[in-house]
Design a protein around this ligand. Structure first.
Ligand SMILES: Cc1cc2nc3c(=O)[nH]c(=O)nc-3n(C[C@H](O)[C@H](O)[C@H](O)COP(=O)(O)OP(=O)(O)OC[C@H]3O[C@@H](n4cnc5c(N)ncnc54)[C@H](O)[C@@H]3O)c2cc1C
Length: 408
């Protein structure tokens, strides 16, 4: 038997974005020894300057976060989504989803990304089976694809070598691990950019999220908790053609606020944006394979989709639960949890959900972008009809809350 001179872990997680942090926590809390490798520092990860987005956590994501024992940390910062109102341009036809139609719980919660990261990092700091390698990048990956070994080897830019039977690549849309493993992608640029900011307004949003389909793209108003000074706030995800978005990012703030107000309307009184504005170029990127020798892709490394329905991280949560169950199940059965058998069973289970969400977000975006009169008319009538059919409406609502898999 050969004894490795390198630190050995059950799973090495590369990337400490929302997906990597949550996966590392879920695995560590299942008793596994985890290496977490991230090129940024914890302070950078938890800084609002680095990521101004919020995440709409669906009701099903909350259940997972409860299960891994971190929801109690997040709940005080989560703005409950009580209702969702969907409108198309200036048409008076709409759909209104009320949480009361399916139960007492909110349909989801809006949490600021930097707070999500801060609280996940704090939870991870207390995990004795986790070793973190901060401010270090993976520069080489060897999955022993030739069958020569029972471990994968990672080389970091610090010179550190890490070995583990399984590497989980949660290193984002441009995943270096995916490239190193020779896994290709299907990708398409939307030529759209999401402008993200926090809007302050005079009246309460009453927990109602608004999704407006405008000619430039979807415009979402997401209900945040009031700030410490009691000011009403909403998170804005405003999609525009890339060239217009780039222009809007350069105009003086009063002009930017006027443009925002044109789309926002005055139903919550005067709207201001005192803080920073962020932008995210939008594309769809789906890996051709979810696994490789001793490698599994998780989160945006596996699937980056349009944020139109706020589903990206919610889908990643389902990757995380599926992977945790596969890995811990194999370990309990005394099997090699990085074996092709375990990984291909995991991938078979995940593909239908991933493809359904990629297709749904892509299709919705295309459907609502078009101004062709017959399509626009059918779309508006569709919205109005769904609004009048309580059974169908509840079905849509359960999908949005992650309570039903797509395709059912
Ligand atoms: C505008 C917008 C709004 C969104 N809103 C929602 C929403 O409401 N709800 C929702 O569910 N989802 C939403 N999403 C999607 C969600 O933000 C992402 O799915 C989420 O951030 C998870 O990303 P990730 O952890 O997979 O990747 P990332 O956040 O990209 O993290 C990857 C990490 O890997 C590190 N890394 C990269 N390469 C290396 C390397 N070689 N070595 C070490 N470390 C490395 C990076 O530093 C980074 O920290 C939205 C997305 C956008 C663009």
């Amino acid at each position: 038997m050969s004894i490795s001179k390198f630190p050995h872990h059950d799973v090495a997680v590369v990337g400490a974005g929302l997906a990597g942090l949550t996966l590392a926590l879920a695995l560590a809390r299942s008793g596994m020894h985890i290496a977490l490798i991230e090129r940024q520092s914890p302070d950078q990860l938890a800084a609002v300057e680095v990521d101004g987005r919020t995440t709409a956590l669906a009701a099903s994501a909350r259940v997972v976060l409860e299960d891994i024992g971190v929801w109690h940390r997040l709940e005080p910062y989560g703005g409950p989504i009580l209702d969702i109102r969907v409108t198309d341009r200036a048409s008076p036809l709409h759909i209104h989803f009320a949480h009361a139609a399916v139960g007492d719980d909110p349909m989801g919660h809006i949490v600021e990304n930097h707070i999500l990261r801060r609280e996940l990092l704090a939870a991870l700091a207390a995990e004795p089976t986790l070793t973190a390698y901060w401010q270090q990048s993976v520069t080489a990956f060897d999955g022993a694809g030739d069958g020569s070994g029972a471990t994968a080897t990672l080389t970091l830019d610090s010179g550190t070598i890490i070995q583990a039977p399984l590497v989980a690549a949660a290193d984002g849309r441009g995943s270096a691990l995916r490239r190193m493993a020779g896994i290709g992608v299907r990708a398409s640029d939307y030529h759209e950019t999401a402008i993200v900011c926090t809007a302050y307004h005079e009246h309460s949003h009453d927990g109602i999220a608004h999704e407006r389909f405008l000619s430039g793209g979807p415009f979402a108003i997401l209900p945040m908790l009031d700030n410490a000074a009691g000011q009403y706030r909403s998170s804005i995800v405003w999609t525009e053609n890339r060239s217009l978005a780039e222009h809007l990012l350069t105009v003086p703030k009063p002009r930017f606020e006027r443009e925002l107000a044109r789309r926002f309307g005055d139903f919550l009184g005067q709207v201001t944006v005192p803080g920073e504005v962020w932008s995210y170029p939008l594309s769809v990127v789906v890996a051709k394979r979810l696994t490789g020798p001793r490698l599994v892709l998780v989160g945006e490394a596996a699937h980056g989709m349009h944020p139109i329905a706020g589903q990206g991280f919610n889908v990643s949560m389902r990757d995380i639960v599926g992977l945790r169950d596969a890995v811990t199940g194999a370990s309990l059965a005394g099997q090699d949890h990085g074996s092709p058998m375990v990984l291909s069973a995991y991938a078979r289970k995940r593909w239908p959900d991933i493809w359904a969400m990629v297709a749904a977000t892509d299709g919705l975006n295309r459907l609502f972008r078009t101004d062709l009169p017959p399509v626009a008319l059918a779309r508006r009538l569709g919205l109005a009809s769904v609004n009048r059919l309580p059974l169908l409406k509840r079905q849509f609502q359960r999908h949005a809350m992650g309570m039903l898999p797509f395709g059912r």
